[in-house]
Design a protein around this ligand. Structure first.
Ligand code: NAD
Length: 440
C-alpha cells in the first residue's frame, strides 16, 4: 500500500520506518526541514534503539522517502497516518490540537479519489468525529475520504519492537471499508496473532487516555506507598515485590522513585481530565489530579532528601546528576523528572554537573546553565553528592569502590531505586533512596 506518515518525531519516524519494513511504500512528511533532510539521508535524528538499522535499510531500498510537502503526501497516499505533536496547551490542562488541525486543513483540500486519514496522535475523545466533519467540508467533490483513529501505545526505548510486535492494535473506524484497509496495512502483525480491536472512534480515543491514566495511577500508587514506607521505616521495593506476586496486581510499573515524565503520560492524564470536565464528567476522573500531584511531589521529595544529605543547603555544594532523560534508552527530555530536579537544585545554589549517555544535547537546550560532563567519573570528581535520576543500565554497572576514589564524600541518592544498595554501602557509601530505610 502507499502510506504517508505525517509528523516524523519519536512516534512518526519509527512508524514510517516500520511501515516500510513490512512492505509498504512510505512517504514521511514533516514541517521540520532539518529532520526531513536527516531522515531522507537515512540518519536518525533521535536516539531509539534499532531505528537506525531499519531506517537505513528501508531508505536504501527506496520504499521509504521523506518530504516537507503535504501536496506530495495528498498525491501519494492511500492511507495517511497523522503522527504530529499534541502537547499540553499553555493556558490550561487540555490538549493543543493545532498541529492535527493544520494537517487535516492542509491535506483535505488536496486529496484525490479514495483514501483514509488515520490519526495516531493522542487526542481527546470526540476528535475523530470533529475531523471527519471538517474533512467532508474541505475535500474536493468526487473524493471519498474517511477518518479513523488508531492510537499508539509504543514505549520510547522499545519503539521499534512495539511497532513491529505490538501487544494489541486498536482501531476506531466508522465503516467496514476503513476497518478492511487497516487490516491490510497491519496484515503481517495480524498474521503473527497480534490482538486487533476494531471499535468506534470514541472508544479507540478513550483507550489511549484510559491506558495512560491506569499506568500513571500504578506509578503514583507505589510512590504514595513509598512515602508511607519512609514514615514507618519499611522498604517499598520489598513491598512492591510482595504485591507484584499477586497476579491481579503484577510487578510491572510498581517501581517507586522519582516518578513519571516525558512527552506523554503527564500531558495525557491532564488532557483526559480536561476533556472529562468538558463532557460534564470531570468528577469521575478527578482522582487523576491527585495522581499528578503525587507524581510532582516525588521531584520535591528528591530535592528535599538531597538537601538534607548535603547538610541543609545547596549553596556552594557540588552535585553530580546522573541522568537527564525522562527514561533510559531515549534522548527525550520532555517533562523529565531528572531535569526538573537538576534545575531546582541549581536554582537553590548548587553547582550541578550533569551526565547522560544520550540526552546531553537536548538537556543543554533546556538548562544551558548546568555543567555538562561526558564522563561519569569526571562528573563525580570531588562532588558532595551524586544524584541517580535516570535508570540507565550504564549507571547500574558503576563500580562503587572505584568511584569512591574520586568522590571522597561517598554520598549518593538513588532516586530510581535501581542501584544495588548493599554493594554501594559495603564500599563505604551513604546511599539513600525513596521509600527505603536509610541503613541496611
Ligand atoms: P514529536 O514532537 O517527537 O513529533 C511530532 C512531529 O510532528 C515533529 O517532528 C513536528 O515537527 C511534527 N509536526 C508538527 N506540526 C506539524 C505539521 N503541521 N505538519 C507536519 N508535521 C508537523 O512528538 P511524538 O513524541 O512523536 O508524539 C506525537 C504524537 O504521538 C503525540 O500525540 C503523542 O502524544 C503521541 N504518542 C507518542 C508516543 C511516544 O512515545 N513519543 C507514544 C504514543 C503516542
Amino acid at each position: 500500500m502507499r502510506v504517508t506518515v505525517i509528523g516524523t518525531g519519536y512516534l512518526g519516524a519509527v512508524h514510517a520506518a516500520c511501515m516500510a519494513d513490512i512492505g509498504h511504500e512510505v512517504l514521511g512528511v514533516d514541517i521540520d526541514v532539518e529532520k526531513i533532510t536527516a531522515l531522507g539521508e537515512g540518519r536518525v535524528p533521535i536516539h531509539e534503539p534499532g531505528l537506525q538499522e531499519i531506517l537505513g535499510r528501508t531508505v536504501a531500498s527506496g520504499r521509504l522517502r521523506f518530504s516537507t510537502s503535504l501536496s506530495e503526501a495528498a498525491e501519494f497516499g492511500d492511507v495517511h497516518f497523522v503522527c504530529v505533536s499534541t502537547p499540553q496547551r499553555r493556558d490550561g490542562l487540555s490538549c493543543d490540537l493545532r498541529a492535527v488541525d493544520a494537517v487535516v486543513d492542509g491535506l483535505a483540500p488536496r486529496l484525490r479519489g479514495r483514501c483514509l486519514i488515520v490519526g495516531k496522535s493522542t487526542v481527546p475523545a470526540g476528535t475523530t468525529a470533529r475531523l471527519a466533519a471538517r474533512v467532508q467540508e474541505l475535500a474536493p467533490e468526487g473524493t471519498n475520504v474517511e477518518v479513523a483513529w488508531n492510537p499508539e501505545f509504543l514505549r520510547e526505548g522499545y519503539a521499534v519492537q512495539d511497532t513491529l510486535r505490538p501487544e494489541r492494535l486498536v482501531v476506531g473506524v466508522m465503516s467496514q471499508r476503513a476497518d478492511q484497509i487497516l487490516r491490510e496495512v497491519y496484515a503481517p502483525m495480524l498474521s503473527d496473532g497480534v490482538p486487533y480491536i476494531s471499535t468506534d472512534p470514541a472508544t479507540a480515543e478513550l483507550v489511549k487516555g484510559a491506558a495512560n491514566s491506569f499506568l500513571a495511577t500504578k506509578i503514583s500508587f507505589i510512590n504514595a506507598m513509598a512515602e508511607v514506607c519512609d514514615a514507618t521505616g519499611a522498604d517499598v521495593t520489598t513491598l512492591a515485590d510482595a504485591l507484584g506476586y499477586d497476579s491481579r496486581i503484577g510487578r510491572r510499573f510498581l517501581s517507586a522513585g522519582l516518578g513519571f515524565g516525558g512527552g506523554c503520560l503527564p500531558k495525557d492524564i491532564r488532557a483526559f481530565t480536561a476533556r472529562a470536565d468538558e463532557l460534564g464528567v470531570g468528577g469521575a476522573v478527578s482522582f487523576l489530579h491527585e495522581i499528578d500531584e503525587i507524581n510532582s511531589r516525588q521531584r520535591q521529595r528528591t530535592v528535599d532528601i538531597a538537601r538534607d544529605m548535603v547538610g541543609g543547603g545547596f549553596v556552594g555544594r557540588r552535585i553530580a546528576v546522573l541522568g537527564a532523560t525522562f527514561k533510559p534508552d531515549s534522548d527525550d527530555v520532555r517533562d523529565s523528572p531528572a531535569l526538573a530536579v537538576a534545575g531546582a537544585i541549581h536554582r537553590e545554589g548548587a553547582d550541578v554537573r550533569l551526565h547522560d549517555p544520550e540526552g546531553m544535547d537536548n538537556a543543554r537546550a533546556v538548562l544551558p546553565m548546568l555543567d555538562y560532563v561526558h564522563d561519569v567519573k569526571k562528573a563525580c570528581l570531588g562532588v558532595d553528592l551524586i544524584l541517580h535520576l535516570t535508570e540507565w543500565a550504564d549507571y547500574r554497572r558503576i563500580d562503587p569502590a572505584a568511584l569512591a576514589v574520586v568522590t571522597p564524600a561517598r554520598k549518593i541518592l538513588d532516586a530510581r531505586n535501581a542501584l544495588d544498595a548493599s554493594l554501594w554501602r559495603s564500599a563505604g557509601w551513604t546511599l539513600r533512596a525513596l521509600g527505603r530505610p536509610t541503613a541496611p
